[in-house]
Design a protein around this ligand. Structure first.
Ligand SMILES: Cc1ncc(COP(=O)(O)O)c(C=O)c1O
Length: 394
């Protein structure tokens, strides 16, 4: 191969591929938990780190390694560790570096489980936290304490699609000497490069757009070699959040079509968001690709498109939101997202159910809020389904 750097699309199809003696076209699946050594000396050398090679699939596996290499190429980080789920990635990225007495600053609108980790699990181990309005850079700055060790955000945030100025927060994190971890799952790597915007560590739920076909759970932590060696590897080897080789194989193959799928999903979402703004049952649509989004100019500067998620506030409350969901025919009710199938959820009673009513109100997770994850169906079919559900009399 020439020395010329490959474009991301090409790297995602050929990157990391080492063919076995059979010369297979598609990537081989090494569904093995362990590895054998040629000698006791070789086993000893592997454990000492003096001999490259695999030890045990909790530490690393060739198929998982293929997925990790493609993810690192995609984000432009030095390395990647693949995890069993998105939450395993979030938890590992935080826990591997925090200790009792540290302080975390995080945006207040987060996926329910991310919020639980920061506000209820980590405090049990002596980690303090402050939640801030993610859109307000002054609030991030004001929250910094001498013991602030980590900044965390999602942008767009689940479920409200509020954005965080990632480059702005990265600058503050640097000044505070804190590690900035960005959960980029909602945007996907096809829409936003959090590493280039200044994140120190980027995490994904690969369950979402990266699989994109609702088949398996997965996650990824993307970081520098130093962070991996000093913080992440010593944690994950023993805590054991590793990805299954089977899931890694599915996800590595899915990366080959990530750009195509997310491009198409985003263009359909933009059409649906525009159509929804004119529908009679709509109180408000939030989509980073619409000029009505309060952070539209930030979206334009840090995202390649508006992405594949939008929120709809229907006129009325919970009853009207449920009526809308129950009248959908093509679109399915599900809390998953990033799938080829369009999925709708009611965050207040599902993904964000554990928040107190007051916290939901602060975050804008009202009873009439619905989150739509737009898939690969024909846009006109989806618009017709939405219009029928929203205008149904029963
Ligand atoms: C922003 C965000 N982060 C993390 C996760 C967790 O991912 P997983 O379900 O793969 O554990 C989700 C799941 O919806 C999410 O939306």
């Amino acid at each position: 191969m020439s020395e010329r750097k490959l474009a991301a699309e090409t790297a995602l199809i050929h990157g990391g591929l080492e063919r076995s003696q059979f010369g297979e076209t598609a990537e081989a699946l090494y569904l093995t938990s362990g590895f054998v050594y040629e000698s006791a000396e070789q086993a000893e050398a592997r454990f000492k780190g003096e001999d490259d090679g695999f030890i045990y699939s909790r530490y690393g596996n060739p198929t998982v390694g293929l997925f990790e290499q493609r993810m690192a190429e995609l984000e432009g980080t030095e390395t990647c560790f693949a995890t069993a789920s998105g939450m395993a990635a979030v938890y590992s990225a935080l826990t591997c570096q925090l200790k009792a007495g540290d302080h975390v600053v995080a945006s207040q609108v987060l996926f329910g489980s991310c919020l639980q980790v920061i506000t209820s699990i980590l405090p049990r181990f002596g980690v303090e936290f402050t939640l801030v309005d993610g859109a307000d850079l002054a609030a991030w700055e004001a929250a910094i304490r001498p013991n602030t060790a980590l900044f965390f955000c999602e942008s767009p945030a689940n479920p409200t699609l509020a954005l965080v100025d990632i480059a702005g927060v990265a600058r503050l994190a640097k000044q505070a000497d804190a590690c900035f971890v960005v959960d980029n799952a909602f945007a996907s790597p096809a829409v936003q490069n959090a590493k280039n915007l200044g994140a120190d560590v980027v995490v994904y739920s690969a369950t979402k757009h990266i699989d994109g076909q609702g088949r398996c759970l997965g996650g990824a932590v993307l970081c520098s070699n130093d962070f991996f060696k000093e913080k992440l590897q010593p944690f994950v080897r023993h805590a054991g959040p590793a990805m299954s080789p089977f899931n890694a194989w599915v996800l590595a193959k899915s990366l080959e079509t990530l750009d195509l799928r997310v491009d198409r999903m985003s263009s359909t979402t933009a059409k649906i968001a525009t159509a929804l703004e004119a529908m009679p049952f709509t109180e408000k649509v939030s989509y980073p690709g619409l000029s009505s989004h309060p952070q539209f100019s930030l979206a334009q500067s840090q995202m390649k498109s508006g992405g594949s998620l939008l929120t709809l506030r229907v006129k009325g409350g919970k009853a009207e939101a449920f009526k809308f969901l129950n009248n959908l025919q093509i679109i399915k009710i599900s809390n998953n997202l990033g799938d080829s199938k369009t999925l709708a959820t009611h965050p207040a009673t599902t993904t964000h159910r554990t928040l107190t009513g007051e916290d939901r109100e602060i975050c804008g997770i009202t009873d009439n809020l619905l989150r739509l994850s737009i898939g690969l169906e024909a846009p006109d079919d989806l618009i017709a389904d939405i219009e029928r559900a929203g205008t149904s009399k029963t």
